[in-house]
Design a protein around this ligand. Structure first.
Ligand code: ZN
Length: 315
C-alpha cells in the first residue's frame, strides 16, 4: 500500500500544479484526472490480490486476496530459540527445526506435475481442504492436476467455490485420496478439460461420487480415471461424452465392488487403448453399452476383462 500512496501523492501533486497553472479554470479536466488517479489506485490494489493456500494445523485453505499472515519464525522445541525460515537446525542446541505449523503457498494457475505444487512436500500433513468463497474470483485456472492428491484428507469443503471453467488438465486431481468417502462435483464445469487421467485413481474409500454435471466432450485421456475405487458399488456416467477419448487403459480396473456399469453414453470409436480396462472388477457382472457407440475393433485390448466376470450387453 505504501507504493500506492506514493503514486497517488505524485498524481495529486501534479494535479495541484495543473490547477494552479490553469487558475482552476478547467474543472472538467480535473475531475477526469482525479478519476484516472482513483482507477490507477484500484487497479494496483487488485494486482496485489492473488490465489493463496494456507496450511494451518492440517487444514489447507484456499483464498483469493492479499497474502495470508504466517509467523516468519518457529521456536526450537528443545531450547526455545526462535529459528528463521533459512535455519535447518537450531544454532543454539543443534535440534532439527520443527516443521512450520503455518505455511502459506502461492497457488500456481497451470501446474502440470505433482512436484510443481508448493504443497507437494507437506501432502502427508494435510487432513482437510477448505476452498473459501473468495476463491470464486480465480477464474483463470488452467490446471488442477494433482491438487488434491492428499492421502489423509477426509473432507473437502467449498468445492463449489472452485471455478473450473478454463481448466484443461484435471489429471490425478484426487489421486490417492484413500480416506475420502464422498465427493460431489456437481458444481464443476469441465467443458474445457482434455485430461482426466488418474483423476479418481486410488480413492479406495469413496462410496459416493457425483459426476452428473460432467461435460467430457473435449476429454482425450481417461487412462486409470477410476482405477482402484474399491468401495464404489455404482457409478453414474450417463453425462459422459467419450467421442474424443483415445486412452481408456485401466479406466475401471480394481473397482472391486462395482456390480454393474452402464456405459450406454460411451462412444469409443477413437479409443486406441483399452488394456486392463475392467481388470480385477471381481464382482462386475454386466456392462451395458450402445450398439452404435461401443466400437472396440480398432483398440488394443489386452487383459481387457481379466479377473472380471462381466458380460457386455449391447442395447
Ligand atoms: Zn535449540
Amino acid at each position: 500500500m505504501a507504493d500506492d500512496t506514493r503514486e497517488i501523492f505524485i498524481i495529486l501533486t501534479k494535479l495541484k500544479r495543473y490547477c494552479n497553472s490553469n487558475m482552476r479554470k478547467n474543472l472538467g479536466k480535473i475531475v477526469v484526472l482525479s478519476f484516472v488517479a482513483m482507477m490507477f489506485a484500484a487497479t494496483n490494489a487488485m494486482a496485489q490480490s492473488k490465489p493463496w493456500a494456507k496450511l494451518d494445523n492440517g487444514v489447507l485453505t484456499f483464498t483469493y486476496g492479499s497474502k495470508p499472515s504466517a509467523p516468519a519464525s518457529v521456536k526450537c522445541t528443545n531450547c526455545g530459540k526462535m529459528l528463521s525460515n533459512a535455519d535447518k537446525f537450531c544454532s543454539n542446541c543443534g535440534t532439527k527445526k520443527p516443521k512450520q505449523a503455518v505455511q502459506v503457498f502461492a497457488v500456481p494457475l497451470n501446474s502440470q506435475k505433482e512436484e510443481d505444487l508448493p504443497w507437494d512436500d507437506v501432502r502427508e500433513n494435510i487432513n482437510k481442504v477448505v476452498i473459501a468463497s473468495s476463491f470464486k474470483q480465480v477464474t483463470n485456472l488452467l490446471s488442477t492436476s494433482y491438487w488434491f492428491a492428499l492421502m489423509k484428507i477426509t473432507h473437502i469443503d467449498g468445492l463449489q467455490n472452485l471455478r473450473t471453467d478454463n481448466v484443461r488438465n484435471m489429471g490425478s486431481m484426487f489421486w490417492n485420496c484413500r480416506t475420502l468417502t464422498s465427493l460431489n462435483l456437481s458444481s464443476f464445469n469441465t467443458r474445457n478439460v482434455s485430461d482426466m487421467s488418474g483423476m479418481f485413481c486410488g480413492c479406495e474409500a469413496l462410496t459416493s461420487l457425483n459426476l452428473s454435471s460432467f461435460n467430457t466432450s473435449k476429454v482425450t485421456n481417461m487412462n486409470t480415471m477410476f482405477c482402484s475405487c474399491k468401495k464404489l458399488t455404482s457409478l453414474n456416467l450417463s453425462s459422459f461424452n467419450t467421442s474424443k477419448v483415445t486412452d481408456m487403459d485401466c479406466m475401471f480396473s480394481f473397482c472391486t465392488e462395482l456390480t454393474s456399469l452402464n456405459l450406454s453414453s460411451f462412444n469409443t470409436s477413437k479409443v486406441t487403448y483399452m488394456r486392463d480396462m475392467f481388470m480385477y472388477c471381481d464382482v462386475l457382472t454386466s456392462i451395458t453399452v450402445s450398439a452404435m457407440g461401443w466400437q472396440t475393433s480398432q483398440a488394443i485390448k489386452s487383459s481387457f476383462l481379466d479377473h472380471c466376470p462381466a458380460q457386455i450387453i449391447k442395447k
